[in-house]
Every structure is written in C-alpha cells, then in structure tokens.
Design a protein around this ligand. Sequence first.
Ligand SMILES: [Zn+2]
Length: 259
Amino acid sequence: MSGIREWNLVETNLGRAQDVDYRVAVLPVGATEAHNLHLPYGTDTFQVQAIAEQACERAWDNGAKVMLLPAMPVSINENTLGFPWTLSLRPSTIFSVVGDIVSALSEHGIKQMVLLNGHGGNEFQPHLRELCRQTDVQILLVNWWLTAAEAHAEIFELPGEHGDEMETSLMLDLRPELVEFERADEGALREPIFSAMREGWAWMARPWHRLTHNSGVGNPERANAEKGRQFIETVVEKISGLLVEMSEATVDDMYPYTE
Ligand SMILES: [Zn+2]
C-alpha cells in the first residue's frame, strides 16, 4: 500500500494528481521568530502545518477534494527583529508571494483557497481586498487560533499572546522534544506610557524587544500536552468542516451566498 497522501502536494505526484478533481487549496503560513526562551523558532510553522495536515486529512476522509500546499516558513516580523535570528518578510514581499501562488492556482483551474494563517503579525486583509479584483480564486482567510474561542476560554487558564500557555501546550503535544520548559520566563509585558495605548484605542506596530523581556507574552506555567491536544482537536474539527463545505460548494456568480 502506498504511503502517499493525495491531499498533500509535497507527497503526491503528477500521475495521481491529474486524475483528481481538486476543489480547494490550503496555504498554511507560519513564521520564524523567538517564542519566549523555551519554544522553537519554528513554533508557528510547526503548529499551522500540523493543524493544516490534520484538517486536510479529516476533510479528505469525509470526501473533500482538498490539496495542502507547502507551508510558508517566514512571514511578517518587521517589529520583532530586535530578537536574534528572527526572520521577516516585509508585508509587500509576502503579499507578492501569496499573489503569485494564487495566480498559479488559477492557472490550474483551482477556484477556492483557504489562507490558513499561523502568525498574529500577519494582517492579510488589505492584500486580499486588492487581490479580489485581480483573480478568480475565491480566498477565505482563517486565523486558526481564532476558530474556537469558547474552547480556548475553557481550556486555558492564563491567556496570553505569544509563547504562552496555549502555544506551549500545543508544542508539548506536537513536538515535546523541542520544548525546554525550564527556560521559560513568565511572559510579562511592559506598560505603554500613553493611556490611549493602555486603553487600546491607539495602535502601533509594537517593538517587541521593548514590549517584552524575552519575547514571550503570557505565562506558560500551566501548559500541558493534554490541553494542547484538546485545543488542536477542536480547531481541526472546525477547519475540516469548512473544507468539506467548500469542496461541495458551487463556485458561481453568487458564491458564497444563496440566491
Ligand atoms: Zn507563535
């Protein structure tokens, strides 16, 4: 029996792919950046890739004709370059790369794509507003960590933002050998001097090395693998459901609405 997973572009081949009527492409976007002192630089990529694989596999098993594209390992980290070895693509660069991938999909007759974002610093909306006039590919943007707010609130005790209990729990489930828990700091934030920023109505691209101590935001001390597994399961169930619906949808002038 072949070990080739036909929903995974890096594994399948032309011989197989040309015989399948694929309906939806999934593009995972990760990042390469410091995650507190204890999680790997590839945390966002490991997470989004694992979630994308599990969601595509489940959707495929439920009849969806999905194709998982290779995960992008670097994305927008312009404000976090103050930490050594963090890599970044400028927004205009990553927008160009995504635009080129979408153009290739269009060439191959694929009309639907999920942009599965795995990094909080990536804001794709402005680009997608521009791109929607330039392509016939219908793109749904999904920030995976926002797919299951209720489960997030139930499972995690000390919600944070980066290298926190949630991310540490996921990595303890996915790649425990890469987690050095004993190195973690408490992920405390420095307060902005302006009350407008503290109240949340003035925004800036936060210089992460001034905002945090070791890049972490949120205390990871209550993290464990079981919490990670539970959250991933909820997220995967949601995303695979969307992929099945998309695969069955008709892409016409009214898509994705009813008459
Ligand atoms: Zn992260």
